[in-house]
Design a protein around this ligand. Structure first.
Ligand SMILES: [Zn+2]
Length: 434
């Protein structure tokens, strides 16, 4: 994994910690003792990196705490490839440019600003609000694993988490108006397997009947022919129901039929043929690399294929390995070489869905709220894996064509960013207010 080269990373955590500390020191200096209880700030060095945990104490009448989750790190950015300095925030033509503006320092700033605003207004939440800003989401997620593991007491047995690094509002490509808002309640599991065939080899002038490359090629054709069984959850069904209503032709029909009856194999097969939707219907495994042989004039002694899988939530690594091993047959070794964090889909909660709808509609009235399962994985998978239901509810709206997370010239529309302040404010007041 590539480490971030963000020169601001070193002081981002310091700065945020200072900011959150200042919230209660400056606003209520007379109440230092009570305030430490009220907004305790813990600036932990977990896994050798910074993770900020800040608690905004509630009166407890509203139930168990809510965690607000975001990450302080960003994906590396090459200065020379960018039009502007990726690590200096630039406002230009109605956009904020900079690495992390959309993934996910923008939402992180919105959450911090919302805490400041609520505190200034004297808001007392009905339940604890706990900020958890992690330090290495884009690489190892070690800080988050450490938080839900060794330092779990800091989270005070939360009921669920709201993840800034998931969910998104989409702006229409032509009009720029809000088109749809996705709430993310599940993430697929990342896994890489290696298929390996060994052979005694020999001189290529005396070919054997068994050949490692032929055998591996046959194994890969078998993987190609195999379809993992169709699966579904509330998030994928909700997602197909919504997209089916607005997608024309056979594809839209298939979405509607699958949403109505996910056992409809014909519908599932239509979706299987579409790269954007196949992953929402099942586990997928696809070869991504090949290596074999050691000399032009020698029979191959080994042949290896890398197969990358995106596993449906709720299914573990071993059943997928076993399925692959069964499909490729004897003589092909299948082993897991890289793995994400297993997590179940989170239950769809009425209170969260309603609060998100109100938060979105405060700035974008009438926008459809659509459930989503993501093909990528965030800190949310670590939380879900630790048994904490997690909902991706970013406050930012952006056009698909302008979404450059992890890419060049990352940006966020200025108007959309400021609407994000309303988003988090409404969301928190709904879920932790009276
Ligand atoms: Zn992110």
């Amino acid at each position: 994994m590539t480490q971030s080269n963000d020169p601001t990373h070193a002081f981002a955590a310091e700065w945020l910690a200072g900011l959150l500390d200042a919230i209660h020191r400056n606003l209520e200096p007379a109440e230092q003792g009570r305030l430490f209880e009220g907004c305790a700030l813990v600036h932990y060095r977990m896994a050798g990196m910074d993770e900020i945990v800040a608690r905004y104490a509630g009166d407890g009448t509203g139930g168990r705490p809510i965690v607000l989750l975001a990450h302080m790190d960003v994906v590396a950015a090459k200065r020379e490839d960018w039009t502007r300095d990726p690590f200096t925030l630039v406002e230009e033509n109605g956009y904020f440019f900079g690495r992390g503006t959309s993934d996910i320092k923008g939402d992180l700033a919105l959450i911090a600003a919302t805490f400041i605003r609520l505190k200034a207004e004297g808001f007392v939440p009905t339940r604890d609000l706990i900020i958890a800003f992690s330090g290495d989401e884009e690489t190892d997620m070690a800080t988050t694993r450490s938080l839900v593991g060794k330092h779990r007491a800091l989270l005070r047995d939360p009921e669920f988490a709201l993840n800034a690094d998931g969910g998104v509002g989409v702006l229409d490509e032509t009009t720029g108006e809000a088109a749809v808002y996705y709430v993310q309640g599940a993430e697929k599991l990342y896994a890489t397997y290696e298929l390996n065939v060994r052979n005694p080899g020999g001189h290529s002038s005396e070919p054997r009947l068994d050949n490692a490359i032929y055998q591996l090629a046959d194994a890969l054709k078998a993987v190609e022919a195999y379809h993992f069984p169709a699966m579904w959850n509330d998030w994928t069904i909700g997602s197909f129901r919504a997209s089916g209503a607005v997608t024309p032709g056979a594809l839209g029909e298939a979405m509607k039929r699958f949403a109505a009856n996910p056992r409809d194999e014909a519908a599932a097969n239509v979706l299987y043929e579409n790269p954007s939707y196949v992953g929402l219907t099942r586990t997928t495994c696809i070869p991504t690399r090949l290596t074999a042989g050691h000399a032009d004039n020698a029979l191959p002694q080994s042949a290896t294929a890398t197969v990358n899988c995106r596993i449906f939530p709720g299914v573990g690594f071993e059943p997928v390995r076993a399925a692959l091993a069964h499909v490729v047959g004897e003589g092909v070794e299948v082993r897991l070489t890289d793995e994400g964090t297993p997590s179940e889909a989170s239950p769809m909660r009425e209170d969260v869905m309603t609060a998100v709808a109100n938060a979105v509609h405060a700035s974008y009235p009438g926008t459809p709220i659509v459930p989503q399962m993501a093909a990528y994985a965030t800190d949310g998978s670590v939380f879900r894996g630790a048994g904490i239901p997690t909902y991706g509810v970013s406050g930012v709206f952006i056009k698909d064509s302008e979404s450059f997370s992890h890419g060049l010239n990352e940006r966020v529309p200025v108007r959309s960013f400021y609407n994000g302040l309303t988003h988090w404010y409404v969301l928190i007041k709904q879920l932790a207010g009276r």
